[in-house]
Write a protein that binds this ligand. Structure first.
Ligand SMILES: [Ca+2]
Ligand SMILES: [Ca+2]
Length: 106
């Protein structure tokens, strides 16, 4: 699948009651915190602070210019996450693994 360009801004200011503890996580849940979906075969998530990009992850077959280093796309019932927690080499295939049992928020 060729990469599609779509931008859905998700403004964290809307969740001023949410805080991220040191070495913690921010869990955002579809239907509660946002309504859009991510494409199962591949997509990209970009975290920005204003206009400044903080980090990004492309997974599966999303064409970000180099699909060979994308994070794996989870199958139904699985999830993808950083392993170990917080690992960020900016090579998504090195930073993310598949978890057979999803662990939301952990
Ligand atoms: Ca890539
Ligand atoms: Ca990164």
């Amino acid at each position: 699948m060729a990469g599609r360009s779509r931008t859905i801004p998700l403004h964290l200011q809307a969740w001023t009651e949410k805080t991220i503890p040191t070495n913690g996580f921010l869990l955002l849940e579809k239907s509660t915190d946002f309504s859009f979906g991510l494409n199962n075969p591949g997509d990209i998530i970009i975290l920005k602070n204003g206009v400044d990009e903080v980090d990004r992850v492309a997974y599966g077959n999303f064409d970000d210019g180099d699909t060979s280093d994308n994070a794996p796309a989870p199958e139904s019932g699985e999830s993808a996450g950083r392993y170990p927690d917080g690992k960020d080499t900016d090579v998504d295939s090195d930073d993310f693994i598949i978890f057979e049992v999803p662990t939301p928020g952990g």
